[in-house]
Ligand binder design. Structure first.
Ligand SMILES: [Ca+2]
Ligand SMILES: [Ca+2]
Ligand SMILES: [Ca+2]
Length: 231
């Protein structure tokens, strides 16, 4: 009676998945935040951009390896194989949820930037006390070091450790290093608006990651390559 949670593919489906995954993400992030952040200033995050950029671009090899039909996207079956190979023991449902959450173009499969975001979320969610003792969780130590930097950057920005970065936290983070410059508040606002994809006034880790791939120019190289191929 009154149970409307059925099998129908209502438009809300994506939203429900999103919420469930978001809850897990926030929980994992809070746990991680209790360990503190090695990052002390927003500038030090910016200084890490080139290294992060390089490391993420190297991830293209992994992407191409799992894109078996080389159509420029990783579909659901390819992703499952990828998880098997990387020995990521996620349930079918968890893989589905991640796929839906990161496939921002909807049903087109994982593009390179979406794949990076997905892997980084896996990195965050997979962290458990037992795995911590292992040298590498996913068999990609360099990439995992980069993911750790990204998690660390988010923890630094999330001052009250609630798993979200608010506008005032962003302003605070930028003001800490660039005090005295009247433009710093505007920079903070601009950065924040770039990150807050759904414009709900809060930035979650997924939004942060997508913004990051754009900042280091990962989203752009896709477009350029496609453009050139069409000439
Ligand atoms: Ca493919
Ligand atoms: Ca916060
Ligand atoms: Ca948001």
């Amino acid at each position: 009676m009154g149970n409307i949670v059925g099998k129908s593919d209502s438009p809300k489906k994506g939203w429900i998945v999103e919420t469930k995954l978001e809850a897990k993400m926030v929980e994992a992030m809070k746990k991680r935040a209790s360990g503190g952040s090695a990052i002390k200033s927003f500038n030090s995050i910016i200084l890490k951009f080139p290294k992060i950029d390089e490391s993420l671009r190297n991830c293209k090899v992994i992407f191409e390896q799992f894109d078996e039909d080389s159509n420029g996207a990783i579909d659901h079956a390819e992703l499952k194989k990828c998880f098997n190979k990387l020995e990521i023991s996620f349930t079918e449902e968890e893989i589905n949820d991640l796929f839906v959450a990161c496939d921002i173009n909807e049903n087109m499969g994982m593009k390179f930037n979406e794949f990076i975001v997905l892997l980084c979320l896996v990195y965050l969610l997979k962290e458990d006390p037992i795995a911590l003792h292992a040298k590498s969780h996913m068999g990609m130590p360099n990439l995992e070091a980069t993911f750790e930097t990204l998690v660390d950057a988010f923890v630094f920005l999330d001052k009250n450790k609630d798993g979200y970065v608010s506008k005032s936290e962003m302003v605070q983070a930028i003001n800490e290093t660039t005090s005295g410059e009247c433009s710093s508040g505007q920079i903070a606002m601009k950065r924040f608006e770039e990150m807050d994809w759904d414009k709900n006034g809060m930035v979650n880790f997924k939004e942060f990651l997508f913004a990051f791939t754009r900042w280091v120019g990962i989203g752009d190289i896709e477009d350029e390559e496609e453009g050139e191929a069409n000439v």
